[in-house]
Design a protein around this ligand. Structure first.
Ligand code: ARG
Length: 438
C-alpha cells in the first residue's frame, strides 16, 4: 500500500515502516486533501493534462471517497503511510488506471503543505470565533457586575477597583489575541500547491487556478519556501500560547477567588468536581485544567521550533512532526476557550464579600495622600504622613476612616471634616479618571 517502491531492491523494514507512518494522526486532513486534489484535477483539465472525461471521473470518485469516509463506509484504517497514500490508493482501487493520473504535476510535499495550510486556516478561524465569544461573555458579565472590590499588586490589597474593570482587563487581552490571530491568518493565506517537490514542474500548470479554487488570496512566491515553510504554524501556535497564558491567568484568579480565603465568587457546579474522600470539597478543576494545559500548548510550540531549527531547505521528513503538536494545541485551545466561556457565563459574583474586603487593608491610603496634596502638601510628604497614619491604625486596630478628626490632625493640620467624604470607597470611584473603573 505504497505510492513509491520502484527503485527499491528490498522491502522496507517493518519497524521502519511503522516509524515512517503518519496516517494514524494525519487522517484528520482527509477533507482538505480531497479538496486539494479536486482543485488540482480541475486545473489539470484546464491545462490539458487530463481530458474532461478523465477529470469528471476522478473528481466524482474523490467526492464519493469523501462521502464514504463520512458515512462510515470507508474506514480510515489499514496499512497506509499517510492520508495522501490512503486517498490516492483508494482512488486507484476504485477507478483503475485513470486514477494514476491524479498525481501528475504534484508532489506530496506541496500537497501536504496545502492541506496543512487549509486545515490551519479553518481551525484558526474557529478559534477566532471562540475568542470573540469569550470576549462577549466577559463583557456581559463585567457590565452586570460593577461591584467594588479590592485591587491587588503583589497579591496584597492595593486600591479599590470594580470587578467590572478587573475582568475587562481580560477583554482587552483577548481583543489583542483576536488581532494577532487575524494577522496570522492574513499572512498564511498563500497557496503552495504547484511548488512540486521543491522545483515546480515541467508541465505547463496554472497555479492561480488551484489557488483561487481553494480560496487562498495568492500563490506562494518561492517554490522552495512554499514546501518548507512551517512558520505559519509557529505563528499560530505562538498566538495560541499567548491566549492560553491569558486564560491561565484568569483561571488562577478564579481559583483564588473561589477559595474560602477570598470567597469572592462561586464557580458553577457544572465546571467543578468533588473529592473521592472529602465529602465537602468542590474543586475548581475546569480552571485548574486550563492553567495546567497551558504547559502543553507552550510545549508543542517549543517542540516545533526545535524541530525546524537548522533544517536545510527544502522538505525534510522531520517536518512530518509538525502535525501532532499542532493538532493537540488546536483541540486543547478550543476546549479551554469553550470551558472558560461557560465558566464565566455561569459565575456567581459575591458582591457583599467583595465590598467587605474593601473595608480592610487601607485601600484608601493613596486617596488620603491625594487629599493632602489637594491641600497643598507635597506628595512625598503626604506619602510619609499617610504611612505614619497606617502604623497608628494598625496599632489601634482601626481603619483610616474610623479615626476621629482630632486623631487625624495629630498627623497633619490640613485634615478637615471633608476627608471622610473624600476617602469613602464608593466616592473614590467618582473622582478623576477613576470614573472609568466603573
Ligand atoms: N506525511 C508526509 C508529511 O506529513 C507527507 C509528505 C511526504 N513527503 C515526502 N517527500 N516523503 O510530511
Amino acid at each position: 500500500m505504497k505510492l513509491w517502491g520502484g527503485r527499491f531492491r528490498k522491502n522496507e523494514n517493518k519497524l521502519m515502516e511503522e516509524f515512517n507512518k503518519s496516517f494514524h494522526y494525519d487522517k484528520v486532513l482527509y477533507k482538505k486533501d480531497i479538496q486539494g486534489s479536486i482543485a488540482h484535477v480541475y486545473m489539470q483539465v484546464k491545462c490539458n493534462l487530463l481530458t474532461k472525461e478523465e477529470g469528471i471521473k476522478i473528481t466524482d470518485a474523490l467526492m464519493e471517497i469523501n462521502d464514504d469516509i463520512e458515512n462510515g463506509k470507508l474506514i480510515m484504517d489499514g496499512n497506509y503511510e499517510d492520508i495522501h497514500s490512503f486517498i490516492e490508493i483508494n482512488l486507484i482501487q476504485k477507478i483503475g488506471e485513470v486514477g494514476k493520473k491524479l498525481h501528475t504535476a504534484r508532489s506530496r510535499n506541496d500537497q501536504v503543505a496545502t492541506d496543512m495550510r487549509m486545515y490551519a486556516k479553518q481551525k484558526a478561524e474557529g478559534i477566532l470565533v471562540l475568542t470573540i465569544k469569550l470576549k462577549d461573555t466577559i463583557k456581559k458579565v463585567a457590565y452586570k457586575n460593577p461591584v467594588i472590590m479590592p485591587g491587588y499588586t503583589h497579591l496584597q490589597r492595593a486600591q479599590v477597583i470594580t470587578f467590572k474593570h478587573h475582568i475587562m482587563a481580560y477583554y482587552s487581552m483577548l481583543d489583542r489575541d483576536e488581532k494577532r490571530l487575524k494577522n496570522a491568518l492574513e499572512i498564511l493565506d498563500e497557496c503552495p500547491l504547484g511548488c512540486g517537490a521543491l522545483a515546480g514542474t515541467t508541465h505547463d500548470i496554472d497555479r492561480n487556478i488551484t489557488c483561487e479554487k481553494l480560496g487562498f488570496k495568492k500563490v506562494v512566491e518561492n517554490y522552495i519556501d512554499g514546501v518548507s515553510d512551517r512558520d505559519y504554524l509557529l505563528e499560530l501556535m505562538s498566538n495560541f500560547s499567548i491566549i492560553m497564558m491569558h486564560l491561565s491567568r484568569l483561571s488562577e484568579e478564579l481559583i483564588l477567588w473561589s477559595s474560602q480565603e477570598f470567597d469572592f465568587i462561586e464557580i458553577d457546579d457544572l465546571y467543578t468536581t468533588g473529592s473521592s474522600i472529602m465529602p465537602q470539597k468542590k474543586n475548581p478543576d475546569g480552571a485548574e485544567l486550563i492553567r495546567g494545559k497551558t504547559g502543553r500548548v507552550y510545549g508543542n510550540l517549543m517542540g516545533l521550533f526545535t524541530t525546524m531549527k537548522g533544517l536545510p531547505l527544502a522538505y525534510n521528513k522531520d517536518m512530518q512532526e509538525d502535525k501532532e503538536g499542532f493538532f493537540d494545541s488546536v483541540v486543547t485551545l478550543e476546549m479551554s476557550l469553550d470551558i472558560m466561556e461557560k465558566m464565566i457565563d455561569t459565575l456567581k459574583v459575591k458582591e457583599e464579600k467583595m465590598k467587605k474586603a474593601v473595608k480592610s487593608g487601607f485601600l484608601n491610603a493613596t486617596e488620603v495622600a491625594d487629599y493632602l496634596v489637594k491641600n497643598k502638601v507635597p506628595f512625598r510628604d503626604a506619602h510619609k504622613i499617610v504611612g505614619q497614619i497606617v502604623i497608628y491604625c494598625e496599632d489601634n486596630k482601626k481603619s483610616i476612616e474610623e479615626l476621629s478628626i482630632k486623631e487625624l490632625k495629630e498627623f497633619s493640620s490640613v485634615f478637615k471634616e471633608d476627608i471622610y467624604e473624600f476617602i469613602n470607597y464608593e466616592n473614590i470611584l467618582n473622582k478623576g479618571i477613576k470614573k472609568n473603573l466603573k
